[in-house]
Design a protein around this ligand. Structure first.
Ligand SMILES: Nc1nc2c(ncn2[C@@H]2O[C@H](COP(=O)(O)O[C@H]3[C@@H](O)[C@H](n4cnc5c(=O)[nH]c(N)nc54)O[C@@H]3COP(=O)(O)O)[C@@H](O)[C@H]2O)c(=O)[nH]1
Length: 661
């Protein structure tokens, strides 16, 4: 708005200046073509003509006819000047003035008539009289012209004065505006300065916050990429480095991926406590770092799992040297605040190549190799081989099929006789599950039971076997028992005894004809709960046998904690007792122990008559093995009972066959 005002005032000042210039020009014109002067000249010239006319009448006056003619011409010219311009406009202002000028014109005209003829005295007198009569009117005209000129000048002066004041006012207003503008600019400048210093201040604060955020960001990034305990790169960073290494591999660079975990770390943790476990992990990180070259990446993936990215041109040699060094380094004792801890490590190695060219494949392959290293006895390293993957794939395929095996009715229970040695006849059958796979054929439980245990499928599978076995056994003669295997996982599910009771109820099989075979590993878990379940089952009249005795911990405390009805001696001892005295000693001891505790005994895996004879001699009460028969489908056993055959189906020895009547 201020700018608009200034602009308007400037235009007004310019316009005023223009008016002043015009007024000045008008004044100039007034001064240059002064009407008063023109009219005064006429008065003067007429009186000169008058004088010349009278003087010409006087002889020897020095004034002659020519002088009169000159003044007549002058007067005539003067009259011409009255015809236009300011004089004409002035004359037009009043009829009286017009009359005077008309008389003046007539005088001039009369003077010009007969100008070529000589001027007679009469004519001179007439000129004198006419001019004399104009004296007063012309003087009045001059006086009026003078007054008119003065009026015009006064008018112009008034206008000039007005313009002057207007111009002064405009100048004043312009000055005020300029002052206001300067003030406003100063005010704005001050505000701008203040705002600028505020912005600078805020800028500093922002800069400081930015620095702080950057520092925090860097710290967070570090934490996100490093393990807080050891300071080593973590899984995230390791994966990033692995991706970079894979990118470099596309341009020809080689590398190896080593996955390792500590052997016996859990024991150290349990024995010395978690703080010492942490100290151990830190010490391991330092040793690992000391083993690798600059540029290699050592990372902690979690727990006691570490991984190394080793770069280099010559594999597998380089990886082999590094793995051997690490195994050696980590096998040396650790001093943890005065506590000596001995661990070791197992290492799996995968080397990048055409087949192993993705992060996932490399990590999985190194892991598989690590499992192999552990399986080979720990404290060693192992390179990945394709066969490891094939096994995993095969296992995965079994896993997928096993999930649907039950609903597809692919499972079947086989039965293997348990031969009572003193009675000389079959006392019962062990129920052994089989899987009739549509493409793989008959799959051994040794292959799929561990998988079912891992997948949690063993509970429904075990319940199904239990029901099948009870339903089948109830069709057999009343003195024939059925033995069913229980997996440790079944004890962990709460409904075990309930499901067994239901199987007995549904089938109608007396509890006394059911024998449960459990392994020592079932007692390793929450033994209180397991023992409670066993007591509950025993109270129903079910017999409990301890299976595979001799292969696990074979702790005698198990025998004391629960009064088993039977001990089953593992077939590995039976198989070798003929030529290995230690195995024979174990078999003899177990049989003696069981006899002392009043337990029955079953020797598994009896394949020869020599073994049978020895077992009979050592006091074994029951035998099971291919010597008598292999496990068979239920239909074949039913058929055998129905035929009241006195021989076992396809029994191996005549003496035994005759005793099985
Ligand atoms: N939890 C469950 N475990 C089960 C069930 N069914 C079987 N199993 C367990 O699977 C393992 C392998 O069983 P299987 O292949 O059936 O082998 C049994 C016999 O066939 C085998 N045997 C018997 N006699 C001989 C012999 O003379 N030689 C020889 N080489 N093998 C022989 O021994 C197995 C019986 O073992 P055990 O149970 O310890 O008495 C096995 O561990 C089964 O327990 C099930 O339903 N649930």
């Amino acid at each position: 708005m201020l700018i608009g005002t200034v602009l308007a005032l400037t235009l007004a000042a310019a316009y005023t200046s223009l008016l002043v210039v015009q007024r000045q020009q008008a004044l100039g014109e007034v001064s240059r073509y002064n009407t008063t002067w023109l009219v005064s000249q006429a008065v003067l010239e007429v009186s000169q003509l008058q004088g010349a006319a009278i003087a010409a009448l006087v002889p020897d006056s020095g004034i002659d006819e020519e002088d009169v003619r000159l003044w007549l011409d002058i007067v005539s010219n003067r009259v011409q000047l009255f015809n236009d311009g300011d004089v004409a406009r002035f004359v037009a202002t009043s009829p009286e003035l017009g009359e005077i000028v008309e008389r003046f014109r007539r005088l001039a005209r009369a003077g010009q008539e007969g100008i070529d003829e000589p001027l007679s005295p009469e004519r001179l007198k007439s000129i004198f009289t006419a001019s004399r009569s104009l004296n007063v009117p012309l003087l009045r005209l001059a006086s009026k012209a003078n007054a008119h000129g003065g009026e015009l000048v006064a008018q112009d002066q008034r206008q000039l004065s007005n313009l002057h004041w207007l111009f002064a006012a405009l100048l004043g207003a312009l000055t005020l505006c300029a002052l206001a503008l300067i003030g406003a600019l100063g005010w704005h400048n001050r505000r701008l300065f203040r705002a600028q210093s505020e912005v600078e201040q805020q800028n500093k604060v922002l800069q400081w916050r930015d620095d702080e955020l950057r520092a925090q960001n860097a710290h967070i990034t570090f934490l996100a990429h490093h393990d807080a305990l050891t300071g080593l790169p973590n899984r995230v960073m390791f994966n990033e480095r692995l991706m970079e290494a894979l990118e470099a591999h596309r341009h020809g660079a080689g590398f190896a991926l080593l996955c390792l975990d500590l052997d016996h770390f859990k024991e150290v943790n349990d024995a010395l406590g978690h703080p010492m476990g942490d100290e151990l992990l830190k010490a391991v990180a330092i040793r690992l770092r000391s083993c690798v070259r600059e540029g290699d990446v050592v990372a902690r993936l979690g727990g006691d799992e570490f991984a190394i990215l080793q770069h280099g041109p010559k594999f597998p040699e380089l990886a082999q040297v590094l793995a051997a060094r690490i195994v050696q380094e980590l096998s040396a004792p650790f001093d943890l605040d005065g506590n000596c801890a001995v661990v070791g490590t197992s290492i799996g190695i995968a080397i990048v190549n055409h087949e192993l060219s993705s992060a996932d494949t490399l990590l999985r392959s190194a892991d598989l190799a690590l499992y192999r290293a552990k399986a080979e006895g720990r404290g060693t390293f192992c390179f990945f081989e394709q066969s490891m993957n094939d096994k995993v794939q095969a296992r995965r395929a079994i896993e997928v099929d096993l999930r649907t095996a039950l609903v597809r009715d692919e499972l079947e229970v086989f039965y293997q006789p348990l031969f009572h040695l003193s009675a000389g006849q079959v006392g019962g059958f062990e129920a052994l599950v089989r899987w009739r796979h549509p493409t793989r054929g008959l799959v051994s439980p040794a292959q799929f039971i561990p998988i079912a245990e891992e997948l949690g499928l063993i509970v429904p599978l075990g319940e199904w076997v239990m029901i099948q076995a009870c339903k089948e056994a109830v069709t057999w003669p009343r003195d024939i028992k059925v033995a069913v295997n229980l997996s440790p996982a079944q004890f962990r599910s709460n409904g075990l005894s309930k499901s067994i009771r239901r199987a007995l109820n549904e089938s109608g099989l007396p509890a006394g004809r059911l024998e449960l075979e459990i392994t020592e590993s079932a007692l390793l878990q929450d033994s209180e709960a397991v023992l409670a379940t066993l007591h509950e089952l025993r109270s129903l009249g079910i017999r409990i046998a301890l299976d595979d005795f001799g292969t696990g911990y074979s702790s005698l405390s198990y025998l004391r904690s629960f009064p088993f009805d039977k001990l089953k001696i593992d077939q590995s001892f039976v198989r070798e007792m003929g030529y290995r005295p230690d195995c024979q000693a174990i078999v003899v001891s177990v049989l003696g122990l069981a006899a002392e505790l009043g337990m029955a005994t079953t020797a598994e895996g009896v394949e020869t008559e020599e073994q049978l004879e020895q077992l009979r001699e050592f006091g074994c009460t029951e035998a099971q093995g291919y010597l008598f028969d292999r496990p068979r489908p239920a239909g074949e056993i039913r058929h055998w009972f129905a035929a009241k055959a006195n021989t076992l189906p396809r029994g191996k020895t005549a003496s035994l066959q005759s005793s099985l009547s």
